[in-house]
Design a protein around this ligand. Structure first.
Ligand code: SF4
Length: 189
C-alpha cells in the first residue's frame, strides 16, 4: 500500500480505519476527558468582557482527595460570550495550575523587604483598620472656598473585572459613603 493510500484509508477516512468504523471509539475518547469532572462556572479574570468559563475539576471532594483542574472551556450558556474565549481565556487552565499562582493574601509590613502570607480574616481586619485610619487622617470636610465636600482623597478604590455589576455597584456605594473620590471598576458602573 502506498503511503498516500494508507493515510486516506485511516486518518483521512472520516472515522473508517482499515475497513473498521472507529467513530464510536473516537466519540468515547472525547467524552472520557471530562467524564468524571466537577463543573464549576466562573468568569475569565483578564478583561472587562468577562467571558463565562466552565472549570472541570477531577476529584470527588472526598477526604484526602486533592482536586485537580484538568480543563477549562467557554460556557455556552453565558449570556455575554456564549462559549467563546480569546487566547487568554482559552489558556486559563495553565494559569490556574501554575506554580507561581498566589493562593493566599500577602502583606509587606512597613520597613520589610519581603511579602508574607496572612489569613483572609487578618487581611480583612487589617484593610479595615487602614481604611479607618487613612480616612481619619485625610478627610476633607470643606474645600478652600468653605464649600462642604466631605471627601477622602487619601484612598483610591478599583473593582475587579471578575466582580459582577451588582458587586461593583455595592462597592461603589460603600466607597462613596466613605467619601472616596478616586474610584473605578471594569463594570463601568
Ligand atoms: S476570554 Fe478574552 S475576551 Fe473574554 S474575558 Fe477573558 S481575556 Fe477578555
Amino acid at each position: 500500500m502506498q503511503r498516500r493510500t494508507f493515510l486516506k484509508a485511516t486518518a483521512l477516512g472520516g472515522g473508517v480505519a482499515l475497513g473498521f468504523d472507529v467513530s464510536r471509539a473516537e466519540a468515547e475518547m472525547r467524552a472520557l476527558k471530562i467524564a468524571r469532572t466537577t463543573e464549576t462556572r466562573s468568569i475569565c479574570p483578564y478583561c472587562a468582557v468577562s467571558c463565562g468559563v466552565i472549570i472541570h475539576t477531577l476529584g470527588d471532594k472526598s477526604k484526602n482527595v486533592k482536586p485537580a483542574v484538568v480543563h477549562v472551556e467557554g460556557d455556552p450558556d453565558h449570556p455575554i460570550s456564549r462559549g467563546s474565549l480569546c487566547p487568554k481565556g482559552a489558556t486559563l487552565r495553565d494559569d490556574i495550575t501554575h506554580k507561581n499562582r498566589l493562593l493566599h493574601p500577602k502583606v509587606r509590613r512597613p520597613g520589610s523587604d519581603h511579602w508574607e502570607d496572612i489569613s483572609w480574616d487578618d487581611a480583612v481586619s487589617q484593610i479595615a483598620r487602614h481604611i479607618k485610619d487613612t480616612r481619619d487622617r485625610t478627610f476633607v470636610a470643606k474645600n478652600a472656598k468653605g464649600q462642604v465636600v466631605n471627601r477622602t482623597p487619601g484612598i483610591a478604590m478599583i473593582g475587579g473585572c471578575t466582580d459582577t455589576n451588582e458587586f461593583n455597584y455595592l462597592q461603589w456605594k460603600v466607597v462613596t459613603a466613605l467619601g472616596v473620590p478616586y474610584r473605578d471598576t471594569q463594570a463601568r458602573v
